[in-house]
Structure formats: C-alpha cells, structure tokens
Design a protein around this ligand. Structure first.
Ligand code: GSH
Length: 211
C-alpha cells in the first residue's frame, strides 16, 4: 500500500488535528505543505483535489479524504488502536460534542478566509478583527470548560486521549497566538498540558513541521 500523503499547513489547526491522529495511530505519512499565506489552497491544481480549498487533505488507502473530523473518524474506524472515541454510545456522543464545539462552532468563525473578509471587503480594523477572534474563542472555550468538567480526567474525557483532545490542543495553540487569556479554563488547560506532553501530540506541533 502506498504511503499516506497529508496536504497540510504547519499552523493550520485542522491540519494539526489530523497530524495528531496520524501519530496516535502510528501511521507513517509524508507531508505536502500547502502555504495558506501564499494562497496555494486556491490554486486550481489544489482545488481539483479539494474543491473547498482547505487543508487538510489526506490521501490514504487509495482515498482522498477531506474535513479533519471525517478523516479522524475514518482513521479510527480503519485502525482500531488506540481508539479515539469511547465505545459507549453516550460517552461517544459526549466526546464528539466536545470535538464539534471546537471544530464546528469556534474554529469556523476564526478561519483565515473569514478574517481576511473582515479586514478586506468589510473594512474592519486590525484591532477589531483581533477582538472578533478573541470574543468567539473566549465564548466557545467558556462553554467547552463547562461541558468538559464533569467527565474530565487527565485528558478532556477520562485518562486517555480522544478526538476531543485532538481538537482542543490546536485550538489552544491558536488562542495563545492571539493572546486569549486562558486562566478561566482550568479543565481545558489540564487536558492541554497532559496531551502536549504526549509524544503523538508533541510531534504534531506546528514548530516541529516543515513550512
Ligand atoms: N472544517 C474543515 C476546516 C478546514 C479549514 O478551515 N482549514 C483552514 C486552515 S485551519 C484552511 O484551509 N483555510 C484556508 C482559507 O481560509 O483560505 C476541517 O475541519 O477540515
């Protein structure tokens, strides 16, 4: 079977999620960096692979997969160990809700194309754009803290990593880049600290990727 190929960008949090999942599953893969700052995601050659013009895109097992959560679920269904979601349906729903609170509700509001649209066509100042970013991250993380607290352990759910941690760690990396205060989220910070010390998460960090 051909080696998996991940089209990604070092600072893209959706790409960061998939790198973590690939590392947790012990899957060997090569990178194809797509520079978001140079607009390579809009190149016709890349849009032919992913019509949404987003990273990540994963070429694996003869499939071209897009959407980080769909990719992670595919990896989890085809490589069982270690499981990234609890087997119990209610626990699984809880963990997916945590992941989706980040991936569907926080992240899309702060995506590059959204920030560029605010700055460009809508004429929003750099300061107001940053305020927009911090507002939606803070509101989303406050809710996530409440959602996670009842079932959190060392990780966001119990004591092993799940898809919820895979979404959390890149989101907190982004939050720190934009100076979002994190003091009010002790559960999130504990899970982030535990996960960041894990080799699979550490190797996926943006600072350890080629650019
Ligand atoms: N829902 C998608 C989001 C992917 C996404 O937004 N990727 C960003 C980087 S984190 C991107 O490629 N942005 C390009 C742009 O905004 O032009 C996923 O989870 O894969």
């Amino acid at each position: 079977m051909a080696r998996a190929v991940l089209y990604d960008y070092f600072r893209s949090s959706a790409s960061y999620r998939v790198r973590i999942a690939l590392n947790l599953k012990g899957i060997d893969y090569e990178h194809r960096p797509i520079s978001l700052v140079q607009g390579e995601q809009q190149a016709p050659s890349y849009r032919a692979l992913n019509p949404q013009g987003f990273v990540p895109m994963l070429d694996i097992d003869g499939h071209r997969l897009t959407q980080s959560l769909a990719i992670i679920v595919y990896l989890d269904q085809t490589r069982r160990d270690p499981p990234l979601m609890p087997a119990d349906p209610a626990d699984g729903a809880h963990v997916r809700a945590l992941a989706m609170a980040v991936a569907c509700d926080i992240h899309p509001l702060n995506n590059l194309r959204v920030l560029k649209y605010l700055r460009g066509p809508l004429g929003v100042s750099e300061e107001d754009k940053d305020e927009w970013y911090r507002h939606w991250v803070a509101e989303g993380l406050a809710a996530l803290e409440e959602m996670a607290r009842p079932h959190a352990g060392a990780f966001l759910f119990g004591d092993s990593p799940t898809i919820a941690d895979i979404c959390l760690v890149p989101q907190l990396y982004n939050a720190r880049r934009f100076s979002v205060p994190l003091a009010n989220y002790p559960t999130l910070r504990r899970a982030d600290e535990t996960a960041s010390a894990h080799a699979a998460f550490a190797a996926a960090h943006p600072d350890r990727q080629e650019q």
